[in-house]
Design a protein around this ligand. Structure first.
Ligand code: DP6
Length: 316
């Protein structure tokens, strides 16, 4: 028997950037995301009688991270056979979008389906969190919140009631990469910033404010709060006491300047960035083409794609 699930990636508008428990992946703050239609992972699992194996986009690749995660699932759900995981990743890893979010969500969904366990999304979210924190939010379409919780049971994501709205995300992929600092490593360093406790406080307020903006479909306010939250996060990286760093390159800053310029011209455009130099621009479906054209004119080598709000996990 085989089981297949598809999960879309999500972009955090209120970021997860620090763990209060690194084994359980319990975050220091609650976070909030938008699921994207364009980027997703489809994963099929089947039992085998040798060893957990990962075939990613047709290639047999290093499965250690997946093996660790499957062993966590064995501890939590009761042991099960070795698995062959066949994954097609439609998240260009170079696009700086967290492919681990859709990957661990799709894997958790496919494995539990294969075991004929009909678990609610909250439980799946909690399990996927152990693989990668951001994966907890990828079970839901549109907007999701991940409650930081105080222990394994209380730290899970859920969908939030939100009206349909024409929100869009323009993903601008820069050509140059800085030295990679993984998100796990980056957040560890950020937590040594003297500003970390104010970040937690500000984030709690932004988390509430953005939910009010979502309820009223106020995309401008959503963008404003998300941009502030992301810049606050990246400031922590710079002010870390241990191994300060930045994900920003010169091109990142050039794009941010263009976003600010467009805003002065009356275009709804706000930026957000994750653990890499690429910029995602929050806007409306109407205004996205103007932003894309402008970016392509000013920085012709950029790869630019537009995504809209996407669905939750689906099963074949
Ligand atoms: C900047 O979920 O990749 O994208 O739990 O260590 O695997 P681990 O981290 P990960 O971190 C994502 C960080 C972020 C913000 C976010 O998605 O909330």
């Amino acid at each position: 028997m085989t089981s297949t699930a598809t999960a879309h990636t999500n972009i955090a508008l209120i970021k997860y950037w620090g763990k209060k428990d690194a084994i359980l992946n319990l975050p220091t703050t609650s976070s909030l995301s938008l699921t994207l239609d364009k980027f997703y992972t489809t994963t099929t699992v089947s039992k085998n009688d040798s060893i957990d194996t990962l075939i990613l986009n047709g290639q047999n690749v290093d499965a250690r991270k997946i093996q660790n995660f499957l062993n966590i699932l064995r501890d939590e759900l009761g042991t099960f056979d070795q698995l062959t995981i066949t994954s097609e990743n439609h998240v260009p890893t170079s696009a700086g979008l967290a492919s681990s979010a859709s990957a661990f969500a799709a894997l958790t969904a496919a494995v539990t389906r294969e075991l004929a366990l009909d678990l609610p999304n909250e439980t799946l979210s909690r399990l996927a969190r152990r693989g990668s924190g951001s994966a907890s939010r990828s079970f839901y379409g549109h907007f999701a919140v991940w409650h930081e919780g105080i222990d394994d049971k209380s730290s899970f994501a859920e969908s939030i009631a939100a009206p349909d709205m024409p929100i869009a995300l323009v993903v601008a992929e820069v050509s140059s990469e800085t030295k990679k600092v993984s998100s796990t490593e980056g957040m560890q360093r950020a937590m040594t910033s003297p500003d970390y406790s104010s970040w937690i406080q500000n984030s709690a307020k932004q988390f509430l404010d953005i939910q009010n903006a979502i309820i009223t479909s106020d995309i401008e306010k959503i963008g404003y709060i998300a941009e502030k939250n992301a810049l606050d996060m990246h400031a922590l990286n710079l002010t870390a006491r241990q191994q300060p760093f930045t994900y920003f390159t010169q091109e990142t800053q050039q794009i941010l300047a263009i976003v600010s310029d467009l805003r002065h011209k009356g275009i709804l455009a706000f930026s957000t960035m994750d653990a890499g130099p690429n910029v995602k621009i929050i806007t409306t479906l109407n205004e996205a083409p103007t932003i894309v054209n402008h970016l392509k004119k000013e920085m012709p080598h950029l790869k630019v794609q537009t995504a809209a709000s996407g669905p939750g996990v689906t099963y074949d």
